[in-house]
Design a protein around this ligand. Structure first.
Ligand code: SF4
Ligand code: SF4
Length: 337
C-alpha cells in the first residue's frame, strides 16, 4: 500500500527553538544562508550558551532545541550545550555538515541526543561536492556510517534547488543502504548567498518552479516511505481550499543568532526586523516595524514575506490571480511509513 501524505499543521503548545551558537563554518557551500553582516561573527561562550538556553526553556511544554551554526560541531562546548539543554527539558537535535569536530560522537551520547542530522545535497560526490565542497560527500557519509554504528538516531537534510532536484530520487536507495530512517527535504530559500546570486529564469537561478517541484518531490517522498523512511518536506504550494496560516501567529518558533537577534520567521533573517533581541541575557521585544507586523496581513499570494522577498516562485494566471498560494515556509508535509 502506498503511504498517505499528510500536512502537519502547526500544533499549539509545541515549541521549536533554532539556536545558532556561532556562524563560523569550515565549508563555504554555494547556497549558504548564513549572512555574517546580519548574524554577526560571534561564537557564544559556554556561560552565555547556558544562559540563553535557560531563557527559552519551558519545562512541561514539549520543546525542541536544534543546535545550528555555521557548523555547530566547531563549538568546543557543544557537548556541554546538549547536556544542559536536556537538563532543561528540551528534545535535542544537532544539524551538522557531517564533519563532527571535537569528537562529538565520543563526547555526547545517543541517550542525550535525540537526532543528529547530516546535510547532503546530492546522492554522490558528483552532485553534492560542487554545491558543498570538494571531498565533503565522502567525509559526511563516513561520519554518518560511524554515527549509525554507535547507535545514534540520524537524519539527512537535502536542500532542493534547480541544481540538484533531478537527482533527488537517487537519495532513496542511498539512505536505505546507510540505515537512515528520517529524511528532511527542504526547498532553497533566497537568503544569504543565493539572495545575491540570481533568480529563477536567470542562468544562475536557484529556485525551482512549481510544476517541477510538484512533479518530483512528492513522488520521491512516497518512494522513500515505501522503504520505511519517514519523510518530511515543505508544503510550499497550497491546494485550492486549503487554509493559509502564518507560523508567526499560529506556532511558537524562535530563531536565535549569536549577535542576539531572535526572529519568529526564517524568511526575515536577512533583515534587521527581528521581533525580539537578547540583551544582557534578557529576551526583549523590539518595537516598530518588525517582522511580526507583517504576519497578520492577508494577500491572495499567501505568505506576505514570500511575496516581498522571493516572488519568482509565484505564477499568475491571465487575470493576474496567483495560480497557487504560497504556504508558510514552515508548513510541512510528511509521509510516515
Ligand atoms: S555547512 Fe551550513 S553553515 Fe557551513 S557553509 Fe554550508 S550551508 Fe553554510
Ligand atoms: S514564512 Fe510567511 S507565513 Fe511563515 S512565518 Fe514567515 S511570514 Fe509568516
Amino acid at each position: 500500500m502506498i503511504p498517505a501524505t499528510r500536512t502537519v499543521g502547526f500544533q499549539s503548545g509545541e515549541r521549536n527553538v533554532f539556536f545558532h551558537i556561532l556562524t563560523a563554518c569550515n565549508l563555504s557551500c554555494r547556497h549558504c544562508y548564513i549572512n555574517p553582516e546580519q548574524h554577526g561573527i560571534r561564537t557564544l561562550d559556554r556561560e552565555t550558551m547556558a544562559a540563553w538556553l535557560a531563557l527559552f526553556a519551558r519545562p512541561g511544554t514539549p520543546s525542541n532545541l536544534i543546535f545550528l551554526g555555521g557548523e555547530p560541531t566547531l563549538h568546543p562546548d557543544l557537548a556541554f550545550g546538549i547536556e544542559r539543554a536536556r537538563e532543561l527539558g528540551f528534545s535535542v537535535t544537532v544539524d551538522s555538515n557531517g564533519y563532527l569536530f571535537h569528537d562529538l560522537l565520543e563526547r555526547t551520547s545517543p541517550e542525550l541526543l535525540d537526532y543528529l542530522s547530516f546535510s547532503l545535497d546530492g546522492p554522490d560526490a558528483a552532485i553534492n561536492d560542487p554545491l558543498r565542497g570538494q571531498g565533503v560527500f565522502e567525509v559526511c557519509v563516513a561520519n554518518l556510517r560511524k554515527a549509525v554504528a554507535m547507535g545514534y538516531r540520524v537524519s539527512v537534510i537535502y536542500t532542493v534547488s534547480s541544481r540538484n532536484i533531478d537527482h533527488l530520487e537517487r537519495m532513496v536507495p542511498l539512505l536505505d543502504e546507510l540505515g537512515v530512517r528520517r529524511f528532511f527535504i527542504q526547498v532553497i530559500g533566497l537568503r544569504g548567498k543565493t539572495a545575491q546570486d540570481g533568480k529563477a529564469g536567470s542562468e544562475s537561478g536557484w529556485q525551482v518552479d512549481p510544476a517541477h517541484w510538484l512533479r518530483v518531490v512528492p513522488e520521491v517522498a512516497r518512494a522513500a516511505a515505501t522503504r520505511g523512511i519517514h519523510v518530511t518536506f515543505p508544503k510550499v504550494f497550497l491546494d485550492p481550499g486549503e487554509t493559509f496560516e502564518c507560523a508567526g501567529l499560529a506556532a511558537d518558533n524562535y530563531f536565535i543568532f549569536p549577535n542576539g537577534r531572535v526572529y519568529r520567521c526564517p524568511l526575515c533573517e536577512d533583515y534587521p526586523i527581528n521581533a525580539y533581541r537578547i540583551d544582557g541575557n534578557r529576551l526583549l521585544k523590539n518595537q516598530g516595524l518588525m517582522e511580526d507586523r507583517f504576519f497578520p496581513l492577508s494577500i491572495p499570494e499567501g505568505c506576505v514575506m514570500n511575496r516581498l522577498l522571493q516572488p519568482d516562485n509565484i505564477v499568475y494566471d491571465q487575470e493576474g490571480r496567483p495560480e497557487h498560494r504560497i504556504s508558510c515556509c514552515l508548513l510541512k508535509q510528511e509521509i510516515v511509513p
